[in-house]
Design a binder for this molecule. Structure first.
Ligand code: G4P
Length: 538
């Protein structure tokens, strides 16, 4: 039975039905495991796209929100996170796309602050890969419930028990089978659905349908023997019996606490196992949850609208040259035209053209509920971490900015274009695409990133979107730390270290390091000043 109750441990009033039916989740995976293919099938069943192939279509007109940048196509990676909404079986799904490449982990981290659950896709032949592990760690930090989809079962894959053991050991996560594969590779027939006692057969001839779904009264039901050859059936019986003995049963509380994951086996490309997974998200993933703010927790059942910006995207549509802030609504029923308080500036903001992303296009939405992701076009007022409320001074917590590990000087190829460059860099920094530092001495800018590939993305975007060729050059610095402490101590620190000081795009002071020795020295000389590698965005 679906369970729409708020998370255990919170004594909150019941959620309004519209909120209770929402499921906001992300898909995490190692590149190539099949995230794009699975996303496409989810959207297909959700009626959000009409034909398979749209998510990865190359044609300009058929590009979707998860594939709108030229870089993405050239590199074959997904650079930007975007959100897509669709309905399935009475549930409203908000799927937030996460970039798969490791260079974009910061963006991914922030994306995961906006969801209530995650689907982890693994390749049946490869098991838990490096990026799966990293992304999983982020989910664990956020205590997100995880549903696992083991993909590519139509190919030679590992033994089912081996896959489950690897997840349990590599991720220290209990696994319970929601389905069990019948054969594998060329002999893969389909799955036995343990939760609903059904046999699901894969259709090899038609990639968009399922062959048969047969309700059975257990594996001894003669109906099972009609569709599964004897050798495969006896093996299935043995394996399922062993699985029931050795593996924990599904327990919703452990799942919600993020310590137990149900696993489905399937083949995204053959649309196999996808609907069972969707049903799993519908039935088991939690409805919109509490969000932590500095002063209190905000419950999804509250009447007043609140939300926070977890992503800013400039120039989404080259035709429109706008900037869209993605807001996770945390509570209330949002109506188009509402005036919300922008807490950081204290100013009211009329939200006249909120957009929701319905896979193939973005559309103005008349309303939205807690759990939804809305896009708000704006001219730069909205930044990552900003809160919108009906008046309360809330500050949502847990949306960090990480210190960059790689730094480069950036210059416009044409020195007359320095002002233009400043504007472009500031926009990209506000979007969270890079950190931007203005050294206190000298001129010019330094950009900082977490992964080297981000430099290429930045140079390419400045050229494409602002028509400005730029040069990125090595700098003497290789790290940055935000500084804080009593005002006079911070001023003394800045005075003593001018050659190392810069301001970030929010105007906050940053100490640039060359060597570990620099850090050791300033920590010793200025014990009252705190240096941090993570800044919580206000
Ligand atoms: P990603 O977003 O996680 O990077 O993975 P994506 O969906 O792009 O899938 C990676 C490759 O795996 C693709 O092949 C895709 O067709 C294939 N694939 C996805 N699901 C399945 C599956 O269930 N079974 C099998 N056998 N293959 C699957 P490609 O050759 O890289 O691309 P394409 O030419 O097929 O589009």
């Amino acid at each position: 039975m679906p369970d729409d109750a708020p998370m255990i441990g919170h004594n909150a009033p019941a959620l309004p039905p519209e909120v209770a039916r929402r499921r906001t989740f992300a898909i995490i995976s190692h590149p190539d495991a099949g995230k794009t293919t699975l996303t496409e099938k989810l959207l297909l069943y959700g009626g959000a796209i009409q034909m398979a192939g749209q998510v990865r279509a190359k044609g300009e007109a058929r590009r979707t929100r998860s594939d709108f940048m030229k870089m993405e196509k050239e590199r074959g990676i997904s650079v930007s996170a975007s959100a897509m909404s669709f309905e399935y079986d009475g549930r409203w799904f908000n799927l937030v796309d996460t970039p798969g490449h490791e260079d974009f982990s910061e963006d991914t981290y922030r994306t995961l602050t906006a969801v209530d659950a995650a689907v982890m896709v693994i390749d049946g032949a490869k098991g838990v890969e490096s990026q799966t592990r990293k992304l999983f760690e982020v989910c664990r930090l956020r205590e997100l419930p995880i549903l696992t989809f083991c993909n590519k079962m139509d190919r030679e894959s590992r033994e089912t028990f081996e896959i489950i053991d690897e997840i349990q050991e590599a991720l220290a996560l209990d696994v319970t089978p929601a389905s069990w594969p019948i054969g594998m590779g060329r002999d893969f027939l389909g799955c036995y659905d343990l939760l609903n006692n059904r046999i699901e057969l894969m259709d090899r001839a038609d990639r968009n349908t399922r062959a048969q779904s047969i309700k059975i009264a257990g594996l001894d039901d003669p109906k099972a023997a009609e569709v599964i050859p004897p050798a495969q059936l006896s093996r299935l019986r043995e394996e399922v019996e062993m699985a029931r003995e050795l593996l924990p049963p599904f327990d919703r509380q452990s799942f919600l606490e993020g310590t137990l994951t149900p696993i489905w086996f399937g083949s995204a490309i053959n649309s196999f196992g996808v609907q069972e997974l969707m049903q799993g998200v519908a039935n088991h993933a939690p409805p919109p949850q509490f969000r932590g703010a500095a002063s209190r927790d905000v419950a999804a059942s509250e009447d007043k609208v609140t939300g926070f910006v977890f992503k800013v995207q400039a120039n989404m549509d080259p035709k429109h040259r706008d900037r869209v802030a993605f807001v996770r609504l945390c509570s209330g029923h949002f109506l188009r035209g509402m005036k919300l308080k922008h807490v950081r500036s204290g100013k009211p903001m009329a939200i006249a053209s909120p957009v929701m992303f319905l896979a193939s296009d973005r559309e103005i939405t008349e309303d939205a509920w807690a759990g939804d992701i809305i896009g708000i076009p704006n001219h730069g007022q909205l930044r990552i971490g900003d809160a919108l409320t009906e008046g309360e001074d809330l500050r949502f917590t847990g949306i960090p900015a990480f210190a960059p590990e790689l730094l480069q000087n950036v210059r416009a190829a044409d020195p007359m274009k320095a002002k233009h460059l400043e504007k472009a860099l500031t926009q990209l920094a506000e979007e969270g695409a890079a950190k931007l530092f203005k050294p206190m001495l000298g001129s010019g800018w330094i950009v900082g990133v977490v992964g080297a590939l981000q430099f290429d993305v930045i140079a390419s975007r400045i050229k494409e979107e602002y028509g400005l060729p730029v040069r990125l050059e090595p700098t003497q610095f290789n790290g940055a730390r935000w500084i804080s402490g009593p005002k006079e101590k911070v001023e003394a620190f800045i005075g003593a270290n001018r050659g190392h000081m810069a301001e970030d795009h929010d105007g906050d002071p940053v100490y640039m390091t060359r060597l570990q020795w620099d850090l050791d020295r300033v920590v010793r000389d200025h014990p009252d000043v705190k240096l941090t590698a993570v800044k919580e965005t206000l």
